[in-house]
Design a protein around this ligand. Structure first.
Ligand SMILES: *[C@@H]1O[C@H](CO)[C@@H](O)[C@H](O)[C@H]1NC(C)=O
Ligand SMILES: *[C@@H]1O[C@H](CO)[C@@H](O)[C@H](O)[C@H]1NC(C)=O
Ligand SMILES: *[C@@H]1O[C@H](CO)[C@@H](O)[C@H](O)[C@H]1NC(C)=O
Ligand SMILES: *[C@@H]1O[C@H](CO)[C@@H](O)[C@H](O)[C@H]1NC(C)=O
Ligand SMILES: *[C@@H]1O[C@H](CO)[C@@H](O)[C@H](O)[C@H]1NC(C)=O
Ligand SMILES: *[C@@H]1O[C@H](CO)[C@@H](O)[C@H](O)[C@H]1NC(C)=O
Ligand SMILES: *[C@@H]1O[C@H](CO)[C@@H](O)[C@H](O)[C@H]1NC(C)=O
Ligand SMILES: *[C@@H]1O[C@H](CO)[C@@H](O)[C@H](O)[C@H]1NC(C)=O
Ligand SMILES: *[C@@H]1O[C@H](CO)[C@@H](O)[C@H](O)[C@H]1NC(C)=O
Ligand SMILES: *[C@@H]1O[C@H](CO)[C@@H](O)[C@H](O)[C@H]1NC(C)=O
Ligand SMILES: *[C@@H]1O[C@H](CO)[C@@H](O)[C@H](O)[C@H]1NC(C)=O
Ligand SMILES: *[C@@H]1O[C@H](CO)[C@@H](O)[C@H](O)[C@H]1NC(C)=O
Length: 672
């Protein structure tokens, strides 16, 4: 045995001698009383650094006899093992694993990593057993995780809605977790999540996407550097679209490895990611399942979308008011053209989508609204800056917890929901209007012309004023009816004048303000009714008017030139003469009002008013559409949205073709 030779000063010699002696004494002592000493040392060190370990101390002391006795249980064994190992590990190596970076609760570790290498992170034991983060008041009611995208029949859907309503308003979950006495549990749930903010890109020579990162998680002291080279006691979690989440029940430190795979030729750049451990809730979230976002309508530069009902609470419920009165709407959204390649591989990462520059060119106006069926609170998005005839992916998102984001905020990394697809219109003569004062339920594209009405507000006001004036004349007629009288003298036992007025308003807004579609929409969409083909197309139109249809003309051009249609009133003009005279939108297609709006009107109002609906085969098809279960908007009714599943509700009322005679335009509106 070759000992290195040192020349020591007398002082150093004395110190070396005493050090050697001390170590010898310790070794002898340890060999005599090994476990107790280890515990005492560990407990002391814990006591000094973390009060939250007090319960652990109690437990170990209480169970002292049992710990070393024959009746030792598995759980106790686990704790004694963990604590024992932890103590030794700490005293030898120090606080953090060498080469590993320390994570704090709800504070992301950010790294650029190095291609082909693995970054190591440690969420230390004192953070696992540390103080919980500060829980905010939360949203007015929790958002339920939505069921997966599968077709369900209506009865099943209603059951699920019922369940939703039952758990609605329960915000105690997170708070309860926070107030739990630590002594009541032996492990703590740790939520680990990772978002990729940036990834390597192609230099143009390859269409290959960057590979996804891989996260490794270990709770074992035997594997403090989990990574691709290890096989045991770790969870391997490949990221999907720039995101992964993993939950562990930890008794001590949690170790995380993030591996950046090698790049294929043609890819360059680096990853930039955020990895976070939290004892409160996942810092980053992605919600798959049915999208919470619904498409309403679009024009050539903008689109209107809404969230689904955020609560089923009634208007009298405080929860309903809290949603409607939110100082700032909680959600935001992103929209990317289908051709946008830089979102590929990042579609589940809030951080990733937020960093894509093309997302910033789109302006999003957010408001809370209760428009739509049931008049429940929802958030509306009017996004501008879009291109015509383009398919977009729309992502619903929440920045942080909706009021705060970033380091130390629970869920501060944001939420993202699965995307929906929508396509903008191609003809420039349909335009979205919303926020009308009288026809409050109207929010869709209407026939327009940027030359006659450059301002959408003026256009909305024109339609709105027209409907309001017609309604006023109707109320004069209603005043002639014995409405406020004893039930025997009333026109109907089931309906009163309030019902009649409401049904009239709904019907009136739908027929006065037609829902507009591209004239160039495919002929296969047979529920669309061509209108106003007698008028010259507006100058920005995508099709030109040709009187002789040649073989190269588009569907739209052929349709506009159809001489039979040009002689039919229902095709060569609009439902409402005001449109042709003042707006002059040129040819467009109309999504007809739903026939049940007409039936409801006839049903609710006194016969004396003379309402009736056209008969099938005798004009009904040219004036009214029918609700379909396809998820498409095949007829217009207030607050209609595109739905995803075949869950359309049945048409209200049992009236059918018994309702007869052609609608007489008593109040100034013809119904073809
Ligand atoms: C978001 O977090 C902040 C800070 O933790 C908190 O004050 C706020 O109430 C939270 N917001 C919601 C909606 O929970
Ligand atoms: C909320 O959850 C708690 C605990 O799970 C339960 O006791 C309470 O009844 C729930 N409240 C509602 C409104 O469902
Ligand atoms: C964590 O523990 C809880 C019970 O305390 C259990 O329900 C859950 O499945 C565990 N989670 C994991 C990931 O082991
Ligand atoms: C792209 O990468 C490939 C492979 O690394 C390389 O051969 C090519 O020259 C690069 N092209 C450009 C434009 O940088
Ligand atoms: C998107 O890509 C398709 C073909 O891949 C192309 O025809 C279309 O013009 C592109 N759209 C936009 C808006 O760039
Ligand atoms: C919202 O709730 C109402 C009933 O309260 C329901 O009719 C409607 O389909 C729900 N969804 C949407 C998007 O309106
Ligand atoms: C949206 O379009 C993409 C293809 O561009 C498709 O993979 C995806 O399933 C579509 N999403 C929905 C909800 O239809
Ligand atoms: C809706 O109209 C009201 C008044 O007419 C106005 O105060 C409000 O800002 C408008 N909202 C939007 C989103 O345009
Ligand atoms: C309302 O009725 C009056 C009198 O019959 C008529 O002059 C007026 O044009 C009507 N208003 C509308 C908007 O039709
Ligand atoms: C019927 O009476 C109610 C309240 O008494 C009143 O608000 C309403 O305007 C009356 N309706 C008619 C048509 O007179
Ligand atoms: C009309 O009937 C509805 C129920 O259909 C009722 O809520 C309302 O109070 C009635 N209005 C009048 C004025 O009687
Ligand atoms: C029809 O299109 C073809 C090629 O697209 C072109 O050669 C031909 O001249 C066109 N005919 C007319 C009448 O425009």
């Amino acid at each position: 045995m070759a000992l290195p030779c040192f020349k020591l000063t007398p002082l150093q010699s004395r110190f070396a001698a005493s050090l050697t002696a001390s170590i010898l004494v310790i070794i002898i002592y340890l060999s005599l009383y090994p476990p107790r000493f280890a515990y005492a040392a560990e407990l002391d060190s814990i006591l000094n650094e973390d009060h939250n370990h007090l319960w652990l101390l109690d437990e170990l002391l209480d169970g002292d006899g049992a710990l070393y006795g024959e009746e030792q249980t598995d759980a106790q064994h686990e704790i004694s093992y963990e604590a024992d190992f932890l103590g030794v590990h700490r005293s030898i190596i120090g606080r953090a694993e060498e080469g590993a970076q320390t994570l704090r609760n709800n504070v992301p570790g950010r790294s650029n990593g190095q291609i082909g290498l693995t970054d190591y992170w440690e969420f230390p034991s004192d953070a696992v057993w540390g103080e919980h983060g500060e829980v905010g008041e939360g949203l007015p009611s929790p958002l339920e995780e939505r069921p997966a995208l599968v077709m369900r029949d209506v009865s099943e859907l209603e059951e699920i809605n019922g369940e939703d309503a039952a758990v609605e308003g329960n915000t105690t979950d997170l708070k309860r977790r926070q107030t739990e006495r630590p002594g009541s549990q032996r492990s703590r749930t740790v939520y680990i999540s990772i978002d990729v903010c940036q990834q390597p890109t192609s230099n143009g020579t390859t269409t290959t996407e960057a590979p996804q990162l891989i996260m490794y998680v270990s709770t074992s002291e035997q594997n403090t550097k989990p990574g691709p080279d290890k096989r045991e006691s770790q969870a391997n979690i490949p990221l999907v679209e720039g995101f992964a989440q993993h939950t562990v029940n930890a008794t001590g430190a949690v170790y995380i490895g993030v591996h950046e795979p090698d790049l294929q030729p043609g890819l360059s750049g680096a990853w930039n990611y955020e990895v976070t451990a939290s004892i409160d809730a996942p810092y980053h979230s992605h919600h798959d399942g049915e999208p919470l976002l619904l498409f309403v309508d679009s024009d050539t530069t903008s689109a209107l979308l809404v969230t689904d009902n955020l609560t089923q609470a009634n208007a009298s419920d405080p929860v309903y008011r809290r949603w409607m009165d939110l100082a700032e709407p909680p959600f935001t959204m992103y929209a990317f053209s289908k051709n946008e390649t830089s979102i590929r591989g990042l579609q589940r990462s809030y951080c990733g989508l937020d960093a894509v520059p093309s997302g910033k060119q789109i302006e999003v106006t957010r408001t809370m609204t209760n428009r739509g069926l049931g008049n429940k609170p929802k958030e509306q998005f009017h996004i501008r800056g879009l291109n015509g005839s383009t398919t977009y992916h729309g992502f619903l998102a929440m920045r942080g917890n909706s009021t705060a984001s970033g380091d130390a905020v629970i869920s501060g990394g944001g939420h993202l929901w699965s995307a929906i697809n929508f396509t903008t219109k191609s003809d420039a003569n349909c335009r979205i209007i919303s926020n009308l004062t009288f026809c409050t339920e109207v929010a869709y594209a209407v026939p327009s012309n940027d030359e006659t009405f450059p301002s959408a507000t003026d256009l909305a006001n024109l339609y709105n004023a027209r409907a309001e004036a017609l309604y006023e004349n109707f109320t004069y007629s209603l005043d002639q009816i014995a409405c406020n009288t004893t039930s025997t003298a009333r026109y109907s036992l089931a309906r009163n004048c309030t019902d009649c007025a409401a049904a009239y308003k709904t019907w009136l807004c739908a027929v006065t303000i037609p829902r507009c579609e591209d004239f160039s929409a495919p002929a296969s969409l047979s529920y669309l009714q061509p209108r106003n083909i007698g008028q010259a197309p507006i100058s920005q139109s995508t099709f030109s008017f040709t009187s002789n249809s040649n073989s190269n003309s588009t569907d739209a051009e052929a349709l506009a030139a159809d001489t039979t249609l040009r002689n039919r009133l229902y095709a060569n003009s609009s439902r409402n003469p005001l449109i042709d005279q003042q707006i002059r939108p040129g040819p467009y297609k109309e999504v007809l009002p739903c026939e049940d709006l007409c039936y409801a009107l006839v049903q609710s109002c006194p016969a004396k008013l003379g309402f009736s609906c056209p008969l099938p085969g005798k004009g009904l098809e040219k004036s009214y559409g029918r609700r379909s279960g396809s998820g498409r908007v095949e007829c217009s009714f207030p607050g209609e949205v595109f739905v995803r599943s075949a869950a359309a509700k049945g048409v209200p009322g049992g009236l059918t073709a018994l309702l007869v005679a052609v609608l007489v335009g008593v109040f100034g509106l013809g119904g073809w």
